[in-house]
Design a binder for this molecule. Structure first.
Ligand code: SF4
Length: 377
């Protein structure tokens, strides 16, 4: 993990080895506090740690107070060009502002925003993207480059540093995934500011998920990134699940049931997709690390899934069941639990697996709470 400065966004720690947090952004009209708050709450319920809202004119400011007061998570104000809006939002309780100091005019304005942020204990995010690099940098770099993005971000940062403000988060997002990754790698090597990582304008769900997973995921795997945002067109709530899935895939979040399942092939003798889906839904509330495997056959299944805590492999059809995997969730098979010999089973395989997995999860939870008990307990 990269060593960075550490501070708080509201009550949420960022940098300095704090857990990587998930952010999203509302797309309601901020002036409509009720609608915005509804979306903020939906994002928080989905798992967002921090939510950003646009503050784009004076009429947004009265709503900001209500949004901040009603939000279960810290609110960040996204502001362009206007120092007075940044100050107004900070005075109404936002936990962070995203503003690029180089775009707000005279040095006094930068100082005014920095002083106000300091007084309210709020960091400032400088958000550079591939479309916002200044002309002189573009000319010197010969176009949009990762180095140019970093130069732009650091130019903004210097303006805050010049007035003694260093609670800065940087983001350097591009629509191009390799360019995004390169820009963050340079930033990680050359600064100790926490990094807000994301791929901008990633597109619709689907394409956007893949671009974000590759970009954000490859950085996280190299210890780069302190807070992440997946940007998807449309309803922002799915952004949160996508971001959490990236954290899970990177091994950063482990407090959940990881259902692994084989791709199926000609040997498949149970409906792997149906069983895995049922198991995943049924165990979604569990908050201990647990790997559960659903494999299509006993020939390769137990061996391929030997790292699982518990798993089952299809072992042929029960009498009267149709041939083939599809639809066969009542079947024979082998249940295998780590450290124990495989056991022949027959019946509702999904139901049996769910029951066994819940028992193991409960044991793990008990062990965990004993381990975390008070000294001498
Ligand atoms: S576990 Fe068995 S059914 Fe599944 S892909 Fe491997 S060989 Fe095929």
């Amino acid at each position: 993990m990269r060593g960075t400065r550490a501070f708080l966004i509201g009550g949420v720690a960022i940098g300095g080895g704090a857990p990587v947090t998930v952010q999203s952004m509302t797309n309601t009209d901020t002036r409509d506090a009720a609608a915005t708050l509804l979306q903020v709450r939906a994002l928080a319920a989905a798992g967002a740690d921090i939510v950003r809202v646009s503050v784009y004119d004076d009429a947004c400011l009265p709503a900001i107070r209500d949004i901040v007061d009603g939000s279960p998570v810290p609110i960040v104000a996204d502001i362009h060009y206007r120092a007075d809006l940044a100050v107004g939002a900070l005075e109404r309780g936002v936990a962070k502002v995203r503003i690029n100091p180089g775009n707000i005019g005279a040095a006094e304005k930068v100082r005014m925003v920095a002083d106000c942020a300091r007084a309210h204990g709020a960091p400032i995010r400088i958000g550079v993207n591939s479309g916002s690099i200044e002309k002189d940098i573009l000319q010197e770099e010969g176009g949009v480059t990762a180095q140019g993005m970093l130069r732009s971000a650091l130019r903004h940062a210097r303006l805050l540093e010049a007035v003694g403000f260093q609670d800065i988060v940087l983001s350097l997002k591009a629509t191009d995934v390799p360019l995004t990754v390169k820009a963050y790698e340079l930033a990680a090597a050359q600064t100790d500011y926490p990094l807000h990582v994301g791929v901008t304008e990633a597109g619709l769900p689907g394409d956007g998920n893949i671009k974000s997973a590759v970009g954000i995921g490859s950085l996280l795997l190299h210890g780069i990134g302190d807070t992440i945002r997946v940007s998807l067109t449309g309803d922002p709530v799915p952004e949160v699940a996508a971001a959490i899935d990236i954290l899970k895939a990177c091994g950063i979040r482990r407090d959940y049931v990881n259902v692994i399942s084989c791709p199926t092939c000609g040997r498949t003798s149970v409906d792997v997709a149906a069983i895995a889906t049922r198991v995943k839904v049924a165990l979604a509330d569990i908050r201990v690390p647990l790997t559960v495997a659903v494999m299509g056959c006993v020939v390769n299944g137990p061996g391929e899934a030997r790292e699982a805590d518990i798993g089952l492999a299809g072992g042929g059809l029960a009498e009267g069941q149709p041939a083939g995997g599809a639809g066969s969730t009542y079947a024979t098979g082998a249940m295998f639990e780590r450290g124990k010999p495989p056991e022949k089973v027959e019946g509702d395989l999904a139901g049996m697996l769910i029951d066994r997995a819940r028992k193991i999860a409960a044991e793990k939870e008990k062990k965990g709470s004993r381990a975390n008990g008070p000294c001498g307990d």
